[in-house]
Design a protein around this ligand. Structure first.
Ligand code: HAM
Length: 418
């Protein structure tokens, strides 16, 4: 049961906000999706043979005997929502969502049972230009977060259904005689999802795969063209990437372009985001055929990459800590606090609970505020405030209350920027 304490939470919020504003700047609309769905949605949408659904899902029966699951990812829900709310009839929505996802994995650095994703899904576009847009959105976010040089983009194509089937058959023909030497997971996948064997973690299996058929040799002409076009647009847009022929992604709905972002900062869990095209999913979930593409990024993992880059959020609960020295000054400082919040856009924490003056200043210091704003009898009588800097050696000053907005807009904003 994982808590995100204020410092970590504010860092996650920063990452999330950067995604939100970037997605909005591309004209994407927010959608809020439920945390729970009927289990069958994920079984049908993501695939029962995937780890996320087959092994790691939190599934339970509700009091009416229905099988419910906590969402392991957002794509299946987004597609369901688009179909059931008739969003795909004549429209081509571009949607984004954020929220907590659940997978019963072995927890370790960067891998949690409850984690946060931000994702985007676009519907109705067949060409690779929209895939490149999705990639560019993430590239913009990496730049804004100062981590572009720590994240690498890897791409691959799974081709269309026909190409993938032809390749799947060839791969099974190659692997069946080697069944006795494959790792147990791969043996299971031979029947259920042979393509996933390609990204097996077992070194022996990877060695056996050296001579396996290659997907590129089975791509038909439309699939090859699609991938060439994707690569051309990416290069023209100045996006650097590498092609990883064995990347097949862990979820079953993909076709054509697939992509992942990785960072060396995360150890074993190097993947910070992933996505791709999933042209068959809308139909599989009961809608009319509709091409679609999307990505999801792990917010927890991006925060870890920023930590590694020394860019952890510097958490401060407030900018100004307001202390009234006498209870008779409470109404006055309440007013001052409200004015500062509304007119100077500052985070203002007011002291509560009385106590010794020394302890009030101790609380001010612990709040992380840059300034303590102090009002006693003298200040009230003269309509002034006293400002004590908490993080520098500058002397305290007393200024007219009516001048405080100008003061804060000028001085404090400068301090905050440093
Ligand atoms: P995914 O690759 O399974 O894709 O997950 C996306 C991201 O979620 C991962 O790259 C990782 O950063 C994060 N993530 C996954 N599991 C964990 C975990 N246990 N702890 C922390 N972070 C984790 C999807 O979920 C697809 N729905 C992406 C997509 C959208 N494809 C098309 N549209």
């Amino acid at each position: 049961m994982r808590d995100l304490l204020p410092t970590e939470a504010s860092h996650m919020t920063l990452v999330e906000e950067t995604f939100k504003s970037t997605l909005a700047s591309y004209g994407y609309d927010e959608i809020r999706l439920p945390t729970m769905e009927w289990t069958v949605l994920f079984q049908r949408g993501v695939g029962e043979d995937t780890d996320a659904v087959g092994k790691e899902m939190y599934t339970f029966e509700d009091s009416s005997g229905e099988s419910i699951s906590l969402r392991p990812e957002g794509t299946a829900s987004c597609v369901r929502a688009a179909i059931s709310n008739t969003m795909l009839r004549g429209d081509r929505p571009r949607l984004w969502y954020t929220g907590n996802m659940f997978r019963h994995e072995q927890p370790q650095k960067g891998r949690y049972r409850e984690f946060m994703q931000v994702g985007a899904e676009v519907f109705g576009y067949t060409g690779p230009d929209i895939d490149v847009e999705l990639i560019q959105i993430c590239e913009d976010v990496w730049r804004k977060l100062g981590i572009s040089d720590r994240i690498d983009l890897q791409i691959n194509t799974l081709g269309n259904l026909e190409s993938r089937l032809a390749f799947r058959n060839a791969l099974v023909d190659f692997l069946v005689p080697l069944k006795g030497t494959l790792d147990p997971d791969s043996v299971r996948r031979l029947d259920t999802n042979p393509l996933r064997i390609l990204d097996s973690k077992s070194e022996e299996t990877q060695n056996l795969l050296q001579n396996a058929p290659r997907l590129t040799d089975y791509l038909d002409e439309p699939s090859t063209k699609y991938f060439e076009e994707l690569r051309r647009i990416l290069s023209e847009a100045g996006v650097s990437y590498s092609v990883k022929e064995r990347m097949v992604r862990g979820l079953d709905y993909y076709s054509h372009a697939v992509f992942e972002w990785h960072s060396d900062d995360l150890g074993a869990q190097s993947q910070v985001g992933g996505g791709g095209r999933y042209d068959g999913l809308v139909e599989r979930l009961g809608g009319s055929a509709c091409p679609a593409s999307g990505f999801a990024v792990g917010i927890d993992r991006i925060a870890l990459v920023r930590d590694a880059a020394g860019k952890s959020a510097d958490h401060r609960s407030c900018d100004v800590y307001v202390i009234s020295l006498d209870s008779s000054g409470d109404t006055y400082v309440n007013k001052i606090s409200r004015i500062l919040r509304e007119q100077a856009d500052l985070r203002v924490r007011k002291h509560h609970g009385g106590g010794r003056v020394k302890n009030r200043f101790r609380d001010a210091d612990r709040s992380g505020a840059l300034w303590a704003l102090v009002v006693g009898e003298e200040e009230m009588a003269a309509q002034t405030i006293t400002l004590k800097p908490l993080r520098t050696d500058e002397p305290q000053i007393t200024i007219a209350t009516e001048a405080m907005i100008d003061f804060f807009n000028d001085k404090l904003k400068k301090d905050l920027a440093n």
